[in-house]
Design a protein around this ligand. Structure first.
Ligand code: WT7
Length: 651
């Protein structure tokens, strides 16, 4: 055992299991952390402009900003006005000039044990080749490029190549359906789509190309489909269609140097779609400089990133966690980021712990749903690997329940490593409420807002609640990584997020409570958005998917609590005349209508839409104006008193 390992020996055992205790920091960890005093660090952010300007100094600028924050056109805030920079330059080019040139930037592995390591210099050259190739395809600054790719090096390379030339990327999670792809590509009208033949998942290869093929029938803007031959399904150019080209072919002969486009601080960086309370997905737009400053600062503070860290965030790059913390922030800090393709339980439920042991992962960031899933297989898997390299653990996506927190703390962290419960959103771009390793933790609470982040728990008027009651979680001051608009939907951007409170605060859509120590406890969503295995999905989206089936007349969907996934979909269906959920769907069909609907919804929304229950009903509770009152169904389901319905909309 090396000296540094011995330093980690201190254990802080959990004292009881009431879920309401304070877990103090591990003194041995504090000896080495960048931030030593949590409260003092938070105070530095009292003056947001001063704080974020100080952090922005850590990055390279082609031209410094003239003004830190322009809030003259609320809610269209602008950060680092007049500044010129490039995020890919900061994440890659900056490091190859210095001692990190031959350090591993990305370490890719998968459930088959394949391994690809790219140093900063190698990644730099790959990005440049792809950037040149994209320019040759006619992609210019401001154009959009879509990706439908699994977690693989080409995804990282493609994203950074776009960033380098100022193209706006839009990654679509590889678990989404062709219907979802069509909707997204047609909204942003991309000329180029980068995809792969397939992805490895639980010993199988999931065909992604066939999903893209189906989508392409309805995407007239797309001129070129770039195909990464990731699983080697295609070995012949003859397999490709006229507008398709192999990734390898595309970059062949391209030079490995490429100039970085000089980007304005507020130039668009990427669009990432997420679910809201209507059927149409929201194109969350992030811009360059503020996002870069926000994510690098928060990763460094929350996970205490040092030069010798091996960072592993399991967040797929098709979601915001992947953008901000699997790819961009670790590279901006010159760290090594591990990219894993596969499920957490294949070949067996010890695969993650095996990878941590094999590579010596030091910081590990994952979702409560994955932890709860792995817990079910017992303690033996985690016990059979040496996890001593771990120094800090992290959780994201939904509240972490005490049992899962305890399991992660004891079985993975061996009572030594603190767990950073990070609250944030696709829209916030960066961690907003989260501790640091020096903090006193309370299992289940994301603790306090980070330095430079200011929140309040308020009522519908935007006034702070009294007596530590539950209220709406609002953000009271702008922050640099904030999204700037919803693409093609400014009205919705203003209405949903900024006009709800008369005070002009940002509405998060979450309910929360603050305890006597100022710790924040998230208490679920205030809108009709479900959280299934950490993925956001709108009730209306699921309802529309059901309603598009000929057997269904009308649907109401609510989230039903589930011990592993957090929530599952429960659907109340009014069926058309002559249909029955348990009977064969049609003459000559063996599958029941229930099975048929399950298949239908999965086809429309992808595997993220996990159906729990379906029940046929005669009627649905509605307001006078015909809006379905999901809250009533939900309250009934949870056995709660339905209470006074006079406050419900329109009633
Ligand atoms: C919503 C945002 C943030 C990246 C992944 C999800 C819930 C997220 C936590 C947490 C309690 C959390 C909230 C939030 N959420 N993290 N640590 N504790 N709830 O991003 O899909 O944009 O979802 O996820 O409800 O609003 P997203």
């Amino acid at each position: 055992m090396g000296e540094s390992d011995k330093n980690m020996d201190q254990e802080n055992k959990l004292s009881n299991n009431n879920g309401d205790q304070i877990v103090p920091p591990n003194n041995k960890i504090i000896e080495r952390t960048i931030v030593k005093d949590w409260e003092r660090e938070i105070q530095k952010g009292d003056d947001i402009e001063k704080y974020w300007a100080m952090e922005a100094e850590q990055l390279d600028w082609f031209k410094k900003w003239d003004e830190v924050l322009d809030d003259s056109e609320k809610p269209y805030y602008k950060w680092f006005v007049g500044g010129k920079t490039n995020l890919a330059y900061n994440a890659i080019d900056r490091w190859i000039k210095a001692e990190k040139r031959n350090k591993i930037a990305i370490l890719y592995t998968n459930e088959r044990g394949d391994e690809i390591k790219l140093t900063y210099y190698e990644l730099y050259r790959e990005i440049n080749k792809m950037a040149n190739a994209l320019r040759n395809l006619g992609i210019k600054k401001g154009d959009t490029v879509c990706m439908y790719l699994p977690m693989c090096p080409e995804l990282v390379i493609s994203m950074l190549a776009c960033t380098k030339i100022g193209a706006v990327h839009s990654a679509i999670y590889s678990g989404l359906s062709s219907v979802a792809i069509v909707e997204r590509i047609n909204d942003i009208k991309s000329k180029v789509v980068i995809t792969a033949d397939g992805t490895y998942r639980r010993g199988k290869i999931i065909n992604l190309k066939s999903v893209i093929d189906e989508a392409m029938l309805q995407c007239p803007s797309v001129q070129t489909v770039v195909l990464v031959n990731h699983t080697g399904r295609y070995n012949d150019v003859a397999d490709l269609r006229g507008n398709e080209i192999f990734y390898e072919r595309l970059i062949e002969g391209e030079g490995d140097t490429c100039y970085s486009e000089i980007m304005d601080a507020e130039d668009p960086l990427f669009i990432l779609y997420t679910s809201g309370s209507t059927g149409k997905p929201k194109g969350v737009l992030h811009t360059t400089a503020g996002y870069m400053v926000g994510i690098s600062t928060t990763l460094r503070n929350v996970f205490d990133i040092h030069d010798n860290d091996l960072w592993w965030s399991t967040g797929d790059a098709g979601w915001i966690t992947g953008h901000s913390y699997t790819i961009y922030a670790p590279l901006l800090l010159g760290s090594t980021t591990l990219i894993y393709e596969g499920a957490p339980d294949y070949p067996d439920p010890g695969i993650w712990w095996e990878i941590i042991e094999k590579y010596g992962v030091t910081k590990f960031y994952t979702a409560p749903t994955a932890i709860r899933h792995l817990m079910r297989f017992g303690k033996k898997y985690a016990k059979s690997y040496n996890l001593d390299s771990l120094k800090v653990l992290g959780s994201v996506g939904e509240p972490i329940n005490y049992e899962a927190w305890k399991w992660m703390y004891e079985e993975i962290g061996k009572n030594r490593t603190p767990i950073m419960d990070t609250w944030w959103q696709t829209e916030t771009g960066m961690h907003m409420i989260a501790p640091m390793p020096v903090a006193d933790l309370k299992p289940g609470s994301a603790t306090k807002p980070l330095p430079g982040v200011h929140i309040a728990i308020v009522d519908e008027e935007g006034v702070e609640v009294e007596n530590r009651e539950k209220g709406y979680l609002a953000i009271t001051q702008p922050w640099p990584a904030m999204f700037r608009t919803l693409y093609n939907d400014e009205q919705r951007f203003e209405d949903v997020y900024w006009k709800f409170f008369p005070t002009g605060y940002y509405k998060t859509g979450d309910m929360a409570r603050m305890d006597e120590d100022g710790y924040v406890w998230i208490e679920g969503r205030s809108d009709d958005v479900l959280k299934i295995a950490g993925h956001r999905i709108g009730s209306v989206e699921v309802e529309s998917a059901f309603n598009s089936h000929p057997a269904v007349n009308e649907t109401a969907v609510i989230g039903k609590e589930d011990p592993v996934k957090g929530q599952l979909i429960k659907a109340f269906l009014i069926l058309n005349e002559g249909y029955n959920l348990s009977m064969p769907y049609k003459e000559g069909y063996t599958s029941t209508l229930r099975e048929e609907l399950k298949r239908h919804v999965r086809h429309s929304l992808g595997p993220v839409a996990v159906l729990g229950e379906m029940v046929a009903v005669d009627s649905l509770p509605k307001t006078k104006s015909g809006k379905i009152m999901r809250r009533i169904l939900k309250a009934k389901e949870d056995g709660e008193n339905i209470g006074d319905t006079s406050t419900l909309d329109d009633l």
